[in-house]
Design a protein around this ligand. Sequence first.
Ligand SMILES: NC(=O)c1ccc[n+]([C@@H]2O[C@H](COP(=O)([O-])OP(=O)(O)OC[C@H]3O[C@@H](n4cnc5c(N)ncnc54)[C@H](O)[C@@H]3O)[C@@H](O)[C@H]2O)c1
Length: 440
Amino acid sequence: MRVAIFGLGYVGTVTAAALAANGHEVVGVDVDATKVRLVAGGQSPVVEPKLGALVRAGALSGHLSATTDPATAVAGADASLVCVGTPSSPTGSTDVRAVERAVGDIADVLASGTRVPAGGHAVVVRSTVPPGTVDGVLLPLLRQRLAGAGVRAGVGMCPEFLREGSAIADFYDAPLHVVGTESEHVAETMRELFAFLPVPLRVVGTREAESLKYACNAFHATKVSFANELGRLFRHLGVDSRRVMQLFCEDTKLNVSASYLSPGFAFGGSCLPKDLRSLLFVARMNCVDLPLLSGTLATNELSVSDVVNRVVATDARSVALLGLSFKADSDDLRESPYVDLAETLIGKGYEVRIYDPVVDPTRLVGANRRSLESQLPHVRRVLRPSAALALADVDVALVSTAHPSVVDALISLAPPRIIDLHGRLGPGVEALPGYEGVAW
Ligand SMILES: NC(=O)c1ccc[n+]([C@@H]2O[C@H](COP(=O)([O-])OP(=O)(O)OC[C@H]3O[C@@H](n4cnc5c(N)ncnc54)[C@H](O)[C@@H]3O)[C@@H](O)[C@H]2O)c1
């Protein structure tokens, strides 16, 4: 394929050199004439292991060239990949002006009557941009500049996951290969362009692809800070945090795994809140600040208040809470966030009915019973013996269990509003008109 790469920095040069090495005809474009001269002469403009050799090979084979002129690069090209910088502005917002300028340049060339392949031209962003930039800013810009030109062009987002220092290895052994697009032609172009990669291309919505890159970087940053926070505390306690974290990482079932990474409702139960508070107390006693872990408790409370606010924003008067224990298939009510939710809604004057397929208040004993009686003293009044009775003529259902009796009752009674707190209710409930997810 013939490809134009806009931006010859770390991402652009690696992408250009790797695509050229795999037989594509690549033309790099940059506003910086020095970088263009270097790439055209077979030298890498950035220091990155193995990149110099790849750029040299590309220039020698004639598969890789560079220019400051967008028209030279875009003429006859199947795709343009936009790899320009998206720095932070002083407010913390992302400055996407270079991306807009590059896409504007591409559109102007396409509209100028240049040669465009019969299938059209794919404009694909590799720069990291805030969700909504591609379909909300770049697609309208492209459409406006191409109006009346009779040129077919689609947009997409193909996030780059490479790390500087191991960029070439990461490019060829990418953990994920994703394109976000609503255009089948763009998806097909990207499939063909990157056919040499060992991972299959995943085609998703444009905003999902943009968000994925932010999720990855936010998670990586959180991991670093998590380990460093624990390290700061454990050192005070005379503990070798390296050893602790080595063992921690050996648990690939709960720790380094997909566990606990599904968006949903707040955590609770007899261990997580208690032990987190305990760790924060030890840190305070040692004058060690743990803002990330303190923030974890704060954000957990927001998960509850967000759902309360969503109920308050409606004109609902009655609420059914389906599921009360801190997780499905357990009757443990200690520090259950659903008990908090019920308590807050009752306090605000809502008519609350609760059904839990596992919790039987007459059989609760010990701390579990005390916890319920102290937090929800009116529990006997609000509990219903079946999901159907809890849902009868209710305005809003808040659902945390996918027990078959709950799913069946939701489908047959179809309450006007259902807020799914866990995302396991299945297509029958998700298809109901009143359905909405807590975070989707
Ligand atoms: N560096 C990384 O490790 C990495 C990894 C993944 C994603 N990203 C993202 O990729 C994007 C590029 O990052 P980078 O580190 O390669 O940036 P960089 O600053 O190294 O390179 C950007 C290049 O774009 C050029 N440029 C600016 N405006 C242009 C225009 N209108 N036309 C052509 N060229 C133009 C600049 O001159 C510069 O050479 C950013 O959005 C970044 O967040 C970076």
